[in-house]
Design a binder for this molecule. Sequence first.
Ligand SMILES: [Zn+2]
Ligand SMILES: [Zn+2]
Length: 277
Amino acid sequence: MSISYDGHVHSPFCPHGTTDQLEEYVEEAITFGYKGMTFTEHAPLPQNFNDPVPNKDSGMSEKNLNEYLKAVHQLKSTYAGKIEIRCGLEIDYIEGFEDETKHFLQRVGPQLDDAILSVHFIKHGDQYTCLDYSPTAFKELVDSLGSIESVHQKYYDTVLKSVHADLGIYKPRRIGHITLANKFQKEFPFESRFQAEISSLLDEVKNHGYSLDYNGAGTVKPLCGEPYPPDWVIKEAINREIPLVYGSDAHSAKGIGQGTEMIMTQTLSSPYRVSRS
Ligand SMILES: [Zn+2]
Ligand SMILES: [Zn+2]
């Protein structure tokens, strides 16, 4: 079975991605055989949040937001009949910035067909670190939290908070790459599978009626080598009948379809529309 929908695609509006044009992504997607795709650019981060990465380029600039939304909506009609395109965003859940995020969603939500809620930033003490930025950033978290295991625990804990967070009626209903803490696992090995943490997380995803981003990007990261999440978690999600939506997380046109050889394609669903919960 091949992949028919990609629910996690970036764009030239991503400040840490490539300049590949929207049309190049879509053409690649058509070649790949997709029936549909959602562009999920990193939403602008809250204004009073200080992006901890050196170039402060984790999210799209606020001044480009309208142009992005307009361009993606435009594509829908350009490609009508060839491929279904949905306009979305990847929204960061940042512990302590729930109100700002809720207000952002209240403003932009009506223009979205779909969205993902992801955790990239980990709060420790009164500072934040971008967990997946680099092995050095991950090491910073290990030093601050005390062990590799505690970084994973903190990650699952933050993802669980994102599931519970009150972000209003436009809160995304798909949770991004829930095992992103595994990105540098070959350099920062750990014994535990975090079965208890992952099980309670999946239970809550199910209780809220959310779906999961079944993300291929980890397979091409040399220190990861598996999808987010890996097979055993997918099986647990299937047991709970949680819908799974493939996401290439492509930051370039050639990234479309990445990781599909390691994705259990028979498990996939199409994304749920953003709906009032
Ligand atoms: Zn990105
Ligand atoms: Zn992400």
